[in-house]
Design a protein around this ligand. Structure first.
Ligand code: CA
Length: 239
């Protein structure tokens, strides 16, 4: 398995590369963000946030623009804001420095194993929930005809819920189906994704929180169509 290690601190990068190679990974080490963006396709990216040229968030954004490769942030910053930003940008997981080598290897194996098991298993025809349509083959989402730009994980969450509109999916069930393993990190992750989905769909009513259990999807009604996309509203309406 090919690993791209993006880390400017040699004291971390060298022993980490050696350790990963002992585990059977093939490691490509780069020390700048731009080198990471230019690097060949790999199976997983380990991405330091503090880099000398462009920061890890920007690297993540640029890699995500062209690839669905699993990305694990290596961060010295542990505050919630950074986690939320990272996950919204499409990172799959993160470890906080100093991290244990075993923990990192476990997470690499987990993120590469997940590879969207929920959608891979049931890439069927389009799913409909009210005005919301999900095309699982192309992974495109439209709401009242307007495109909704979901991250890969957000798509997987919505796609799972939309397989049975109105039914409650337990948190653990969603974590296992979408992330492919019992989550190691804070349980906040799912909430972050749900909050982002609600925002993008323009109405929190689309995904209902069932306290102490999980979530379900249901049509938020026609009102959602108007706010689905800032510039997709009815231009003709006068008021
Ligand atoms: Ca650094």
């Amino acid at each position: 398995m090919d690993v791209l290690l993006v880390e400017d601190d040699e004291a971390i990068a060298r022993p980490l590369s050696r350790g990963l190679e002992r585990e059977g990974f093939k490691v490509t080490w780069v020390a700048t963000g731009l080198a990471a963006v230019d690097a060949a396709d790999v199976d997983v990216v380990l991405l330091d946030l503090g880099l000398p040229d462009i920061d890890g968030y920007e690297v993540c954004r640029r890699i995500r623009a062209r690839s669905d490769v699993p990305i694990v942030f290596l961060t010295a910053r542990s505050d919630e804001v950074d986690r939320v930003v990272g996950l919204e940008l499409g990172a799959d997981d993160y470890v906080v420095k100093p991290f244990g080598f075993r923990e990192l290897v476990a997470r690499i194996r987990a993120v590469t194993r997940r590879r969207s098991p929920a959608t891979a298993a049931d890439a069927g025809g389009p799913l409909h929930v009210g005005a919301l349509e999900l095309d699982r083959r192309t992974r495109r989402v439209t709401l009242g005809g307007a495109m909704v730009d979901l991250t890969p994980k957000e798509f997987d969450v919505v796609s799972l819920l939309a397989q049975d509109p109105g039914a409650v999916f337990a948190r653990q069930q969603i974590m296992e189906r979408v992330w492919g393993h019992p989550w190691y990190g804070p349980t906040k992750t799912l909430d972050v994704h749900v909050a982002s989905i609600r925002k993008k769909l323009g109405d929190p009513g689309w995904i209902e929180t069932v306290r102490g259990v999980g979530f379900r999807i249901q049509s938020a009604g026609s009102a959602a169509v108007d706010v689905a996309d800032g510039d997709a509203g009815d231009a003709g309406a006068s008021s």
